[in-house]
Every structure is written in structure tokens, then in C-alpha cells.
Design a binder for this molecule. Structure first.
Ligand code: FAD
Length: 614
């Protein structure tokens, strides 16, 4: 007899756990299968980008992660300098520089996170700890999400006649324990049968789910081989607690990432290993000693050794993208299962989390009957272009990392360090995840060019709560809880025209049959008057009564005004909203703007929502 559940997630890595977090929020009956007996304890990803931290914060545990992580402040560039260009350097007899012609020197410093793009700066914390936070969230949010370890699927069938049926279970998955062996190719333990409505393959780069759907990864494998080590270093290198990019003359490059608990991650190019075009380097031939010797060569004359190594691995750079993201809008692929690239830009875990952050609320709203099933196709149309951009960026970024620095401007085979720095700086905006912009679709209306435009994530500025004078970041009112928000910047409430527009909107919000009056749509007001000149009763009731209830909500009316201890947030200026005109913005449950327009254009708002919601 098969178990029947709403959702099966294959893989409990970052992508799978983000999907499970949404499932917990929507209280979906969910099984998460992972073939490993436990979560990873060391190594793998550690970079958390600004947008990922914003997302984790919207689930309520980003703050703790941010406190525990090491926040990266500055990037230092170290590049080979030829001796003739650096006569002031003191060179001793036993000095061995990378090619006997020069030494590495710090040439530049830039902020690690572009100023002003987010309240969270890029930080690093071990992937296993981030998974801990997800697991705690899932456990305390729902008893319907079960993480079943030491289990893998070994058969999957989709009944195509049922894929459009709302209340059926079109997918059947056969699972087995990974702790028991096979007898004559047949699992020796009793296997289990699960029927589900939706399935997400978050099973990593060698995805079994992808294979079952006949989808493949397309792309290239380069010849560039790198080692990674998490060590507590002993060194006289001055910037070991900075993020550094070090280009030696011909021994290769290093990226230094200072981590939590005194650890430092070193990405070390193994320039002497050349597997040859189309060949894979046999990682079994590598060792931490061999990787570290390469690091010592690159960093000379600075000395470095270590007493403790927590984790190491070797990888060969390749960039690959899946030729499809799922089937029938019932089975989906996310994370490494559909895109792989080099880890140096710190993107893998982030983009994987962001994939299922995009998908999870869509599946949750469809399964709980609040959204149309057709919105599910926007998962691939929104996330695949991001993966494509990432792969293109990574190809360029990796090539610049792995190439040797140009000796002078005539050295065309070398990498220009000026170009490298510029690529790095521009790349920082992309890698922060804050510049993602989704194209027009069923869940994004056509776009016009202001800061608050459809397709981008809602940025945050400080406003002041009308009812208790507390300064808050406006994005904190947009929690990841499955609710759409209508954020209304009405302007100055002491002006008649503003009040008139707001009254028209208020009528729309109270209209019993309007899409604006659904429990999944919550209005928020940000006025531009002095808090002193406004009372709660001056604004339409839907801004301070809970939907269809007599219960008051005191935390949805805000002023763009002074606070006692944290100054003025100047939110209207930051959002570029005209105080005389105002602006209404519909924000999706994942904090991306779906629609923007006039505050009294309730017809357009309703028409848009009717296209997405049931
Ligand atoms: P994974 O983390 O690979 O998780 C897949 C899960 O599925 C695993 O738990 C696995 O056990 C399970 N699974 C696989 N097959 C099956 C099956 N058949 N049945 C059941 N379960 C299965 N990313 C960053 O963002 N920043 C970094 O700094 C960074 N550094 C990295 C350094 C290294 C050395 C490596 C190897 C990776 C790094 N990454 C980094 C990449 C990052 O680890 C991955 O991109 C990220 O973990 C992908 O998440 P995921 O959930 O898609 O897949």
C-alpha cells in the first residue's frame, strides 16, 4: 500500500531544505529523502550572499546566522610585481619568489559587498550549520515534514493522464534504504512506495531525478584543477583575515576566505596539473600535502603552514546547465541538479537556495488552493535565465582567476589585472543576488523603470511604525509566510488629493468579491506625513484590521518619519516615490515585486491578482 503525500523532495542539501522550509510553512505532507545517513558536518559551501541572508532573515533565522558567520568586509588584491617595478622591496639571498623575477604585493583593496545594496554583507559560515538552522525551523514549524535519511529512490513513474488533476497523486516513487545492500541486483530490504502530487529533485550534481526524466547537463569541463582546504593557518602573510585574491607569476592563484572559528578557506590553483583536453583529473591522486605545497609556492615569500586541517578536496572547473528544469509542472529540478560551476564566486549554495525559494511558495500556494496551477511554469522561466547568467559569469570569472597575470600591456596571453579587478567588482553586484530581475509573466506584470519595478526584489529602508514609534526595516514586514503584500505609498495624508485616492483604494480593499480582499493579500501603508499629524482611524480600516476579523493589527501602518534613536530612513527618497503622486506595489510571497501602479487603480490590481490567484 503506497503512502500518499503532497510533496517528495529528493535531497536534503541547501536546495532541498529550503523547499522543505516552505513545505513546513504551508504544512504540506512532505517526505524529504536523502541517501546520506546524516547531514554534512564539514567542508562544501560556506559563502552566504546578501540576498540569501535577506531570504533567511524573512524566515526568521537569518539574524542568528549573520551573528554566527564571519562577515567579509574587504577584498585585497595581491599580484606579482616585477623587481624592476618595485625597487624598494628588500630581497634576501634565500628569497624565492614565484619566478625569481618578482614578488606578490598588495595592489588594491575594495569593499567586499557593494555599498548600499543590502543591509546584509557577504558572510561565511559552514554549510552544515546553515542546514542546522533550516532543520530547526522545519521541526518547529510543522510535524508534517519528515526527513528520511539513508533512503534513496530507485524507481519513479508519472501517470500523464493525471497531471492536470488537482486532487490526485500522479507520481509514484519507489524508495529503499541505502544501508542495506542489493541481492542479485534487487534491494535486500523491504522497499517503500510513495505517491505524491509534486516532486522536487534537489539531489545534487549527479541527480538521479534528472536522469529519470531523460534530462542532461550541457556544458564544458575545463582543464583547470583546484584544491580547497579549510585550515587554521600559521603565517606571516598580513592579510590572512581578509578575503584575498592572489595571482602569482606562474605558480597559479589563490583565493583566501577568512571563516568562522579562526578557520581560513584556501582555494588553491594546482597549476602543475594539466589533465589534458576532455580528460578528468583523478582526485584520488591528490593529497592535502600536495595542495598545500602549491599554496606555499604561490604565496612566497610569505610563509604559511597549518596545524589543523578540517577538510580538503580537489575539483576541476566546469560549467554546466540542465537542458530542462522538470516535467509536466509536477516534477522539478533545483540547485546543483540543474546548474554546476566553480565554487570560487560563492554561488552554488546561494543560487540553489534561491531556486527553491522561488519554487516553494508557488507549489505551496497551488497545493493549498490559493493560486492557479499555471503559475508553476514561471519557476523555469524565472530561474533558468539566472542559472544561464551565472554560468556565463563563472566562465569569465574562472578564466581570469586561472590565467597568469600579464607581464605588461603587450602580453596578450596574460590576464590584465585592471580588467580582473573591474570584472570582480562588477561581478560582486551579480553574485550578491540582489540584482536578479524576473521577466514579465503571469506573476510579474510589465515593467517600467523605477526602483520599485515589477520583477525585482523589494529593497529595504527604515520606516517608523505609526502605532508604537518603533523604527523598522520595511522588508521585515514582508515575511516569507505565503502572503502577498500590497504596499501602498500614499504620500502626505494631510493633503486632500492623497486622502481621496486612499479612500478609493480603501473601498476596493473592502469589496467582498474583490481579489484584493482575500486573506492571502495583506495591505501595508507607508505615509509621508509627520506621525504626529496622523491617527490610525484616518486610514482605511483594512490597513489595521486583520482580514475578515475584528482583530486589530498595529504593525501595518508606517510613517516615513524621524525615529527617536535611529534617525530618519528617508524611505520615499530611497524608493524614489513621488510624495504627491504615491505608488502601490504588489509584492509576491518571495518579496519580488509583481505589479506597480497608481494607488487608486484598483481595477488593474484586481485584474493582475485574478490572473494568479484562485
Ligand atoms: P547538494 O548540496 O549536493 O545536496 C544534494 C543532496 O542530495 C545531498 O544531501 C545528497 O546526499 C542527496 N542525494 C544525492 N543523490 C541522491 C539520491 N539519489 N537519493 C537521495 N538523496 C540523494 N557554494 C556556495 O554557494 N558557496 C561556496 O563557497 C561554495 N563552496 C564550495 C566548495 C566546494 C569544495 C564544493 C564541493 C562546493 C561548494 N559550493 C559552494 C557549492 C555548494 O556546495 C553546492 O552548490 C550546494 O551544496 C548545492 O546545493 P544542493 O542542495 O543543490 O545540492
Amino acid at each position: 500500500m503506497a503512502r500518499q503525500v503532497d510533496l517528495v523532495i529528493v535531497g536534503a542539501g541547501p536546495a532541498g531544505l529550503m523547499a522543505a522550509a516552505w513545505a513546513a510553512f504551508y504544512n504540506l505532507k512532505t517526505v524529504v529523502l536523502d541517501k546520506r545517513p546524516s547531514k554534512i558536518e564539514k567542508g562544501h559551501a560556506d559563502g552566504l550572499q546578501s540576498r540569501t541572508l535577506e531570504i533567511l532573515h524573512s524566515f526568521g533565522f537569518g539574524d542568528q546566522i549573520y551573528r554566527e558567520a564571519n562577515r567579509l568586509q574587504e577584498v585585497c588584491f595581491w599580484v606579482l610585481h616585477l623587481l624592476r617595478a618595485t625597487p624598494r622591496l628588500l630581497i634576501t639571498d634565500d628569497f624565492q619568489n614565484p619566478d625569481n623575477n618578482g614578488v606578490i604585493r598588495r595592489t588594491d583593496r575594495i569593499p567586499d559587498t557593494i555599498l548600499g545594496i543590502s543591509r546584509f554583507q557577504q558572510s561565511v559560515l559552514h554549510q552544515g550549520r546553515i542546514e542546522d538552522y533550516f532543520l530547526e525551523f522545519i521541526d518547529r514549524t510543522s510535524k508534517n515534514v519528515h526527513i528520511q535519511r539513508s533512503t534513496e529512490p530507485f524507481g519513479m513513474h508519472i501517470d500523464e493522464t493525471l497531471v492536470e488533476a488537482a486532487d490526485d497523486w500522479p507520481i509514484t516513487v519507489r524508495t529503499r534504504s541505502t544501508q542495506d545492500g542489493l541481492t542479485n541486483g534487487v534491494p535486500s530490504n523491504k522497499d517503500d512506495l510513495i505517491q505524491c502530487k509534486y516532486l522536487i529533485g534537489c539531489d545534487g550534481a549527479h541527480s538521479w531525478v534528472r536522469g529519470q526524466m531523460g534530462l542532461v547537463m550541457e556544458g564544458e569541463q575545463t582543464e583547470s584543477v583546484w584544491g580547497v582546504m579549510d585550515v587554521i593557518p600559521v603565517t606571516n602573510f598580513p592579510d590572512i583575515r581578509m578575503r584575498c585574491v592572489i595571482h602569482s607569476a606562474s605558480s597559479g592563484s589563490i583565493m583566501v576566505i577568512p571563516r568562522e572559528r579562526g578557520l581560513v578557506r584556501l582555494y588553491i590553483q594546482l597549476a602543475s596539473i594539466q589533465p589534458g583536453a576532455g580528460h578528468r583529473y583523478d582526485r584520488a591522486k591528490g593529497s592535502p600535502e600536495m595542495i598545500f605545497e602549491a599554496a606555499q609556492r604561490i604565496m612566497r615569500p610569505w610563509e604559511i603552514r597549518y596545524d589543523y586541517c578540517e577538510w580538503w578536496t580537489i575539483y576541476q572547473i566546469g560549467q554546466r546547465l540542465g537542458n530542462g528544469y522538470g516535467a509536466h509542472d509536477r516534477i522539478f529540478l533545483a540547485g546543483d541538479a540543474v546548474h554546476t560551476h566553480s565554487p570560487k564566486a560563492g554561488q552554488g549554495m546561494n543560487v540553489s537556495i534561491q531556486d527553491t525559494y522561488n519554487l516553494g511558495w508557488k507549489i505551496g500556494s497551488v497545493l493549498t488552493g490559493t493560486a492557479r496551477r499555471s503559475i508553476l511554469s514561471t519557476y523555469e522561466s524565472e530561474r533558468r535565465p539566472i542559472a544561464k547568467q551565472l554560468i556565463d559569469f563563472d566562465r569569465k570569472f574562472s578564466r581570469m582567476f586561472s590565467g597568469r597575470p600579464a607581464k605588461d600591456i603587450a602580453d596578450e596571453a596574460g590576464i590584465s589585472m585592471t580588467e580582473f579587478k573591474s570584472t570582480f567588482e562588477k561581478g560582486n553586484i551579480f553574485t550578491s543576488g540582489t540584482s536578479v530581475e524576473y521577466a514579465e509573466s503571469q506573476v510579474v506584470s510589465s515593467s517600467s523603470g523605477k526602483i520599485l519595478r515589477p520583477g525585482v526584489r523589494f529593497p529595504s529602508f527604515q520606516v517608523v511604525c505609526q502605532c508604537d514609534a518603533t523604527p523598522v526595516q520595511l522588508a521585515d514586514a514582508l515575511k516569507s509566510d505565503g502572503i502577498w503584500r500590497l504596499v501602498v505609498f500614499c504620500g502626505d495624508l494631510t493633503q486632500d488629493a492623497t486622502n481621496q485616492r486612499l479612500k478609493t483604494l480603501g473601498k476596493g480593499l473592502e469589496d467582498a468579491i474583490s481579489a484584493l480582499n482575500k486573506p492571502v493579500v495583506e495591505p501595508i501603508l507607508v505615509h509621508a506625513s509627520s506621525r504626529d499629524n496622523v491617527e490610525l482611524a484616518d486610514v482605511p480600516a483594512p490597513f489595521y484590521y486583520r482580514s475578515n476579523s475584528n482583530e486589530r493589527d498595529y504593525y501595518r501602518v508606517f510613517a516615513d518619519d524621524w525615529s527617536y534613536h535611529h534617525g530618519h530612513g528617508h524611505a520615499y527618497g530611497g524608493y524614489d516615490v513621488d510624495r504627491n503622486q504615491g505608488l502601490a506595489v504588489l509584492v509576491r510571497p518571495d518579496q519580488y515585486i509583481a505589479w506597480a501602479g497608481d494607488i487608486d487603480d484598483t481595477g488593474a490590481m484586481e485584474e493582475f491578482l485574478d490572473g494568479c490567484l484562485l
